[in-house]
Design a protein around this ligand. Structure first.
Ligand SMILES: [Zn+2]
Length: 271
């Protein structure tokens, strides 16, 4: 194995051993600064705020678990979609009084749908803490999530009895630095500091907006149900049934109410 020379880290300016990335190539950053990129990324910022409600006892099992949570987080972002809403009240005129076709700088990007990453076993349960782990999270329409609050009685198997709680962001970061290989996660998940994230164009992002009836079908498959569904009927009640009574009751509900199968050939009515 090649031994790498000590470098002046581009992040902290200290003389340190470089973080060695893929193919045994030294980077220009020390291990600590490379791991810092995790917290600087959009996902890292979300993860930090989610972890603040947990404790050392109820954190993700390992790096693979965090990678799964990341893919779920990313999926939720895509499912929400983006639309551009123009601000019609803004007009200006050419000198000759003609209306000027203004580039609408006051319009804004908005989500098409609003989805939460909801805990199945709630994080602040009565006498327990729901673990932050991929299988205890579900992409749920915000309205439905808010209407249920903590009114959950089904046990999803992710309850941790503890009275611990993280007290500060610094504590979460320190604990995670010891518990997980953060620099490796930064590389594996291609995390970049938030300011370097590319702004999404309204065109390609809007392609990804996914309706709740399809989100439910996809989440049902991921969480252990049958994954042959493309969309389900009565999705609001389907989500509620899942959150309140668990997987098997939700599957029974879907079979009663009906669904569209994945890859069902299009009928003539679709054209
Ligand atoms: Zn450094």
């Amino acid at each position: 194995m090649r031994v790498h020379k000590v470098i002046t880290c581009k992040g902290c300016g200290k003389r340190r051993k470089p973080y060695v990335g893929s193919r045994n190539r030294a980077t220009k950053f020390c291990r600590e600064c490379k791991g810092n990129d995790f917290w600087q990324s959009s996902f890292g910022k979300w993860f930090l705020s989610a972890a603040l409600r947990q404790s050392p006892d109820s954190m993700p099992f390992d790096e693979d678990d965090i990678a799964e949570i990341h893919s779920l987080w990313h999926q939720r972002k895509k499912f929400k979609g983006v639309k551009y809403t123009a601000n019609k009240t803004f007009t200006s005129f050419w000198e000759d009084g003609e209306e000027e076709p203004l580039l609408d700088e006051n319009g804004r990007y908005e989500s098409v749908h609003s989805y939460d990453l909801a805990h199945l076993d709630p994080v602040c349960g009565e006498g327990f803490q729901g673990r932050l782990t991929a299988k205890n999270l579900m992409i749920v329409p915000t309205k439905i999530n808010q209407s249920l609050g903590n009114k959950v009685n089904h046990d999803f198997g992710f309850r941790v009895v503890t009275d611990k709680r993280f007290n500060s962001e610094a504590e979460v970061r320190q604990w995670c630095t010891n518990a997980y290989a953060l620099p490796e996660l930064v590389v594996k998940l291609s995390l970049v500091p938030k300011r370097l994230d590319k702004a999404v164009s309204d065109w390609d992002a809007s392609q990804w907006a996914v309706a709740p009836s399809m989100v439910f079908a996809s989440e049902l498959g991921r969480l252990g149900g049958c994954d042959k569904y493309f969309s389900v009927n009565g999705h609001a009640q389907a989500f509620r049934t899942f959150l309140q009574h668990g997987l098997s009751e939700a599957v029974a509900y879907v079979q009663r109410k009906g669904f569209t199968e994945l890859n069902e050939p299009l009928s003539e009515d679709d054209f």
